[in-house]
Design a protein around this ligand. Structure first.
Ligand SMILES: [Zn+2]
Length: 494
């Protein structure tokens, strides 16, 4: 065996260990949020910290660096993809001192506690010091990682490898005024009626299972459970756990969340089985992951053909429900200026993200101080959305992300919406009958397209390259605006 073969064999063994440890962390976290009794939280903290430390040792190991070096000019594209993927985490693990990693973990813990207390008191002052500490530690972390085209790139890379600030800034800068105009125009028109009713939660469970299995989520290789804040984890393509939150008085609110998570889940179930243990049978990033959840939730799940298929199914599970496909379609496509990101409609949502992205850039570059953040937040909402939070809880304190030291994550949501819009138009070209298929409840052709263009690549390519290979030179900003405009235009015909 040559030096390269030996290094590749050793590297694959290490990747298998890391993938197994990662899956254990996912399973522990799933259990924590679905099954674990409250008393278990201290034990769980120790278990998670132990496994994370083990993963850090195995990732920063100098031997791993040697294998990566030996393989760095391999001719095999799979080997090169593995070297790129693992090289990123190895570089981070080596460059960021353990002391700093531990400080960030502690500050995140403190930050979360301070944020909860600040929310309780509706008082930003109680969170300010903890947030200052987190911003300063993240700036140290960025500084350890050496020069980059933009320091924020180091943060983005953890969630969206391959995306850069230089690429996102102009795209978001174009989207910003177009969305603001769109929301202005739509807000001046009469809004479709919202629907109301009662749908027993137990019946919704059975209904949800029926919807997601028809979409293509394999229930033999996955589960759907309840959680306060829905999320999805994949321990491998044959064990994918979805969670959802159902509401007795809001059938669509629960269903769109369930479909969103099933979109994440179908991506996990479609990762290339034959490449397990190579670091390639993994999602290519959170932006692409969100494109899958948002494609199913918004592009499919808020379309009129979808409701044409869904209404008879609703009738089977809830015989008293007499709402028409047009009623549901109107309700699902209401646009309104809002203060709270997680309650925002499909269009406005992106403005909430752009505001956070711009504030993060300013905080991390030092242009904006944490003390000035609440004013900057309120000013951005006034300028861009024309609404003004009258309390910190409805403003700067609304999201959990920063309290955990999570910076660089928010853009993934809008990247996901942009990718999903271009996937829609490319799919319409490639699968001309797609909307008839959807109205017939035949989602196979839609899923097959996503499997072929997105899922099967795993992380052999970075997300921006998978996107380009799927849609060519389509313009995602133009596609997202076209998608939103079409949705509103169809409303007016009703
Ligand atoms: Zn999601």
């Amino acid at each position: 065996m040559g030096v390269e073969d030996t290094a590749w064999t050793s590297l694959k063994t290490r990747i298998c260990e890391l993938e197994a440890l990662e899956a254990v962390i996912q399973l522990l976290e799933w259990d924590q949020q679905t099954m674990m009794p409250p008393g278990g939280s201290a034990h769980r903290g120790v278990q998670l910290a132990t496994i994370s430390a083990l993963m850090h040792d195995k990732t920063s190991d100098p031997q791993l660096g040697e294998w990566l070096g030996v393989l760095s000019d391999s001719d095999d594209p799979h080997v090169m993809a593995a070297v790129r993927n693992l090289g990123r985490s190895h570089r981070r693990a080596v460059q960021i001192p353990s002391r700093l990693v531990a400080d960030i973990a502690t500050a995140s813990n403190v930050g979360f506690g301070a944020w909860m207390a600040a929310r309780e008191a509706n008082d930003f002052g109680q969170f300010e010091g903890a947030l200052e500490r987190l911003v300063s530690l993240r700036r140290d972390e960025v500084a350890c990682q050496g020069p980059a085209a933009h320091p924020y790139d180091h943060l983005l890379e953890q969630y969206d490898p391959g995306s850069t600030t230089a690429q996102l800034q102009p795209m978001f800068a174009r989207l910003r005024p177009e969305l603001a105009n769109f929301i202005d125009t739509v807000s001046s028109r009469p809004r479709p009626k919202s629907v109301s009713g009662k749908w027993a939660v137990n019946d919704q469970r059975c209904f949800s299972h029926s919807v997601i299995s028809t979409l293509g989520f394999r229930l033999n290789d996955g589960r759907l459970d309840s959680a306060a804040h829905p999320f999805t984890v994949g321990m491998g393509r044959n064990d994918v756990r979805l969670t959802t939150h159902l509401y007795e008085d809001d059938l669509l609110g629960g269903l769109t969340g369930t479909i969103h998570e099933a979109g994440h889940g179908m991506y996990e179930q479609g990762l290339p089985a034959d490449l397990a243990g190579t670091s390639i049978a993994a999602a290519a990033g959170m932006g692409l992951h969100e494109s899958q959840s948002r494609f199913w939730e918004n592009v499919i799940g808020r379309s009129l053909p979808f409701f044409e298929w869904l209404v008879p199914l609703i009738k089977q599970h809830f015989p008293d429900d007499n709402l028409s496909p047009a009623d549901w379609y109107g309700h699902a496509n209401r646009v309104e200026r809002s203060l709270i990101r997680i309650q925002a409609d499909e269009a406005t949502y992106n403005l909430h993200i752009i505001i956070r992205f711009e504030l993060e850039l300013a905080l991390l570059s030092g242009e904006l101080s944490v003390a000035d953040l609440p004013d900057a937040w309120n000013a951005a909402y006034r300028d861009l959305l024309g609404v003004s939070p009258d309390s910190p809880n409805d403003g700067v304190l609304q999201d959990v992300h920063w309290s955990n030291g999570l910076f660089g994550y928010f853009p993934s949501y809008t990247i996901g919406n942009l990718y999903a819009a271009s996937f829609r138009y490319q799919m319409q070209d490639d699968v001309p009958d797609m909307w008839t298929n959807v109205a017939d409840g035949d989602f196979g052709p839609v899923l097959a397209w996503l499997r072929d263009k997105v899922h099967r690549h795993g992380h052999s390519l970075d997300a921006p390259d998978i996107f380009r290979a799927a849609v060519g030179d389509r313009d995602p900003v133009a596609d997202l605006m076209a998608h939103l405009n079409e949705r509103q235009a169809a409303l007016n015909l009703n």
